[in-house]
Write a protein that binds this ligand. Sequence first.
Ligand code: FES
Length: 257
Amino acid sequence: MTEQFDVTTTEHVIVPGERAAYTAVFDEKVRADAREVIDRYPDPRSALLPLLHLVQSVQGHVTNEGIEFCAEQLALATAEVSAVATFYTMYKRNPCGQHLVSVCTNTLCAAMGGDEVYKRLGDHLGVGHEETAGTPGEQGSITLEHAECLAACDLAPVLQINYEYYDNQDSTTALELVRALQRGEKPPPTRGAPLTDFRDVERQLAGFFDGPGAEAAENASAAAPETVRGARVADEHGWTAPAMPDHAELPPRPDDK
Ligand code: FES
């Protein structure tokens, strides 16, 4: 689909002869889903983040057509939608594989072997950051990316596949995971919901729990025993944090000193 996207005027024009293809992708079902998402919010523009996930569930990434779709649904300028879609790393501007493998290479994971994990997977797949091995969307295709801290430092090094956690990895176990994905298998995550495909998870992130694995995802607990151990010990001993005072003396502001 050929498009012209002019950020200076915020006009995004799908060539008239190709309007039919655009309408076929964002059909009545997708439009009904979009209306359901929008109805959850008092102000329609608040629905932009889940709508972008809905677009990714349909097309596997945020296309220019997807940006126009969101803009139309929310009465926003395409430049406004584009600004959001290019700010957050969970919105992909290039076609994503069946699976998205995110390797944490932030400080703690990197020190614990995350860099080695990322390098081994990159060498095996022959791709770099945000590149895809295989044909995007087809079975066994894998997009690899560096990830910033995945909030599981106590289980470092960690990686995620379609945002499900695989804790305490090393380069050998991570390579086994990726090989399993390439064989069409769905290795179970360490915790949380069962593994599905990138597009299925995007639909869940849009708030629709009607696809493969969705019921289990809705009821899954992602808390690792290591992470909640402190809270459990405190519970067993009856320890609680001191109550917050009704009135707390605040330190003086710098210019009041
Ligand atoms: S540094 Fe990897 S999860 Fe925090």
